[in-house]
Write a protein that binds this ligand. Sequence first.
Ligand SMILES: [Zn+2]
Length: 233
Amino acid sequence: MKIVAIPAFNDNYIWTVVDNGRAIVVDPGEATPVAAYLDANDIALDAILLTHKHDDHVGGVREVVEKFGDVPIYGPTEVSELATEVVRDGDTFELWGVDVSVSRTAGHTEEHVSFLMGDALFCGDALFYGGCGRVFTGDYGAAFEGMQYFAGLDDSVRVYAGHEYTMTNLRFAQSVEPDNEAVAAAVEEVAAVLEAGEPSLPSTIGREREVNLFLQADSVEEFKSLRDIRDGF
Ligand SMILES: [Zn+2]
């Protein structure tokens, strides 16, 4: 089983789990690059996972399904028009014999969820490498709770976030904590990876524990004040 990043729009990644000529696609905001990848590699579609309602994560769903056939679509209530399986916090199901667990990681949107499939975390726009999603709902308590969920995962869990925002996030962290050596080291490492044209993702929960100030915040207030500064960064 491998997990492939299909780039979309300016900085989205459509994560695609591939095994034995079959695929599970996460947040297909755009159909064209997904169809191109599946066709070029002769891969059939088995399922779609949706983290939240934003168009750059769900905009390609109907077209993908039209082209590759009706498959189960797992997503939260806010995408119930698209989802065939509406999922809620605490739900678990199996794909290819692998356990998938659903956690509400709201704040960016009302009902954003993250999927943990084995040790792969598909967290949409809730958690990024070095950062987190903008809290469009204004519900900082929910966003902070989501951070507590992520912080409770094993260090080895790989973080497949929805956007390539890593360098901006790390630069932000550096502006807040100029002496943070883990952040400085991550900036150098990520710069080299991006220079080579590779995604900086996946990250790991262990790495996020070292460099992600939002994950390190001890209270909703601290989380919100960081988020406020980041929003204007
Ligand atoms: Zn979003």
